[in-house]
Design a protein around this ligand. Sequence first.
Ligand SMILES: [Zn+2]
Length: 418
Amino acid sequence: MVLAIAAGIPCFGVVAAFGVAPDTLVDKLQVERIVQQITLPQPVAIDQNDAHAYVNESLVQRGDTVAALLARLEVDDPEAVAFMRGSRDNRVLAQMRPGRSVRAETTADGTLQRLTYLASSGDVITIQRGENGFNVLQDTAELDVEPLRGAGEIKSSLFAATDAAGLPDSIATQLAEIFSSQVDFHRDLRKGDRFAVVYEAFRHGGELVKYGRILAAEFINGGRVHQAVWFEATHGQGGYYTPEGKSLRRAFLRSPLEFSRISSGFTHARFHPILQTWTAHRGIDYAAPTGTRVRTTGDGVVAFAGRQGGYGNIVVVQHAAHYRTYYAHLSAFAAGIRTGSRVAQGDFVGYVGQSGLATGPHLHYEFHINGVEQDPMRLALPEAVPITRHLRAGFDANAIPLIHQLHLMQSVRLARLD
Ligand SMILES: [Zn+2]
């Protein structure tokens, strides 16, 4: 059984669109952090010598016009509107994307001094008032990276704890993704679980522009310590490893449900009143809002996607030779999911619903080995390839100081509680 799972390992990570393969995972998260995480600075006076200088920040909205965006930024400046609408030098404005943050510095009467935003290219674009009108500056290499740290304890939910610790959502989500083969963050969290993270923040001219990836993390779940360190053996080819150099990747994710602020807070109280336990109905139920994304827990081929009796809309994925996973009661299938489709671990196969026999929106998940239902929580999943011997020194040089920081954070936090 273990050998069959292991046979699947060399394949995964190649085409995963989302999930545990660290390289693609990070691509995905980089997109998210840019889309969602650049809203931080509050309006403040920017120049101590000029009490009339103000900074405002706003997110680009779908269908935004220059005038609407500038109005939200409290820019009252026809010259600026005309420039941004009309200038041929201004094709960079096409790089503004919905969800991105734009910052305007104005005088008290709304005259634009400077407009700054992060373009889709990753460049910082600055439109600056000069003596002869506005200039457009494009800035590539000005982001400074700085490690930040945070630690906390679970009292109600992961997001409540990361909020209390001052961590951004992108870091909370990454934390769950990094340990997604070790911990089911929808079901396994316990009051008193603890975490500590070291993560990147990118600054531009001192201002926080975006958050990067987690460099090291510790998650203590039900007394079990899980640790992860980011390591890039060659540029662009990185992953998360234990301090001993074992990869955190596994053939299967613990949870088939996308982890998000919304899905993580959904109550498990109100469905399958009779068939609550795995032994009673041979699967695991995940209560989640209708529309929450469902992902395949391992690489495979869709053996069935359609309607099937009490299961309602169901996707069945065949993994290697002996494994099948079932995702039932879906409200809809993900685009491109049909019988015969190839899927990679973490790919979305559908959306939570209550089709078939279901008393509320939830995902019914089954894991079969050789046609027999198994409790996936009880399976020991084989490990992926560890750090090779010739990379070991480099890995240790990177990992040991990070792990030391995690320990320091936990002990400082515990000392405060005493
Ligand atoms: Zn069920």
